[in-house]
Write a protein that binds this ligand. Structure first.
Ligand SMILES: [Cu+2]
Length: 316
């Protein structure tokens, strides 16, 4: 401190500016403005958007976490800037700074505030996953989901990962399989995610759905699309050479348009569906190889049924 001579110790509570109050008065408006901007201005544009109930719930969670984090970060940055400016070394001052003292109120406040924030987030996060409206918040819950939606019968969509594409089976429409992900808006969807070869991950970005696709495992994830539009699907687990090319676009249609598409596709693919193994939550890859041979022999392929190497758009 330039105001004190070398060796002189300034005790807390002695004359001098109230640094704590100053920092608080700088911090308060910054924190309030940052929170308002984050929640109301940037919030509605935060990922992953609001295309499904799980996406909207994730966006809300990120907004809440941002609102909690911004004041903490603002405090750290303001305290750092204040210290650098006010307590910087001044020319000709070679003495020690003032001694440090414990401060019970600051310590108690610090521990209380951080404990409340962390415990609140633990409870909030658990509630956000468990609430039936979000039902697992779009994450893979394994073969026996703990959290299920309570609003009506779900549309079953099986997601089958294989090097390097996803195909989709619709057991409620005769079990046809297609390379096109088509979904209805306004109805709960149950994704049953599996793989035929290595570990993949089904990531439908705008729906806020991400579920591991493991061979021999049925990984269930729920969502309800709230808007029609395009969904980006990517593999989110390094699965081999063409992992980066393992993406496509899905579609969310109105309920009526979806029903029409599903019935038309069921009829169109009936010949292929007959050759496929019966719908099951997991598949034996050696059976799939036989299916491929049978399909090649029958001259059927083109990405309408199981993985068919001659028609793979991403041939290595
Ligand atoms: Cu993959």
């Amino acid at each position: 401190m330039s105001a004190t001579t070398a060796g002189d110790v300034q005790a807390p509570g002695s004359a001098g500016p109230n640094h704590g109050l100053r920092i608080f008065l700088i911090w308060l408006p910054v924190a309030v403005v940052a929170d308002i901007l984050l929640y109301f201005v940037y919030g509605p544009h935060m990922p992953p958007g609001q295309m499904s109930n799980s996406a909207a719930s994730q966006q809300f969670d990120i907004k809440v976490m941002s609102v909690l984090a911004a004041p903490v970060m603002a405090f750290v940055l303001i305290f750092m800037a204040y210290s650098v400016i006010v307590w910087r070394h001044s020319e000709g001052d070679d003495g020690d700074g003032p001694a440090l003292f414990g401060h019970a109120r600051i310590q108690a406040t610090w521990i209380t505030v951080t404990a409340v924030i962390v415990l609140f987030l633990a409870g909030f996060g658990t509630y956000e996953i468990a609430w039936p409206g979000f039902a697992g918040a779009g994450a893979g819950e394994g073969p026996a989901p703990v959290w299920t939606p309570n609003n009506g019968a779900a549309l079953q969509v099986q997601v089958i990962g294989q090097q390097w594409r996803f195909t989709y089976r619709y057991p409620q429409f005769g079990g046809f399989e297609t390379a096109d992900l088509v979904l209805p808006a306004g109805r709960p969807i149950q994704f049953n995610v599996t793989s035929l070869d290595v570990i993949h991950s089904f990531w439908a970005y705008q729906l806020g759905v991400k579920a591991d696709a493991n061979p021999g495992v049925n990984n269930v994830a729920y969502t309800t699309a709230q808007q029609t539009g395009t969904v980006t699907v990517r593999c989110a687990e390094l699965c081999g050479l063409w992992h980066g090319a393992m993406f496509d676009n899905g579609k969310v249609l109105s309920a009526a348009a979806f029903e029409s598409w599903a019935h038309r596709t069921e009829v169109r693919l009936a010949a292929v569906t007959k050759i496929l193994p019966p719908y099951s939550t997991t598949y034996d890859p050696t059976v799939v190889a036989q299916i491929n041979k049978a399909m090649a022999k029958a001259g059927i392929g083109g990405g309408n049924g199981y993985y068919y190497p001659p028609n793979d758009p991403v041939q290595p």
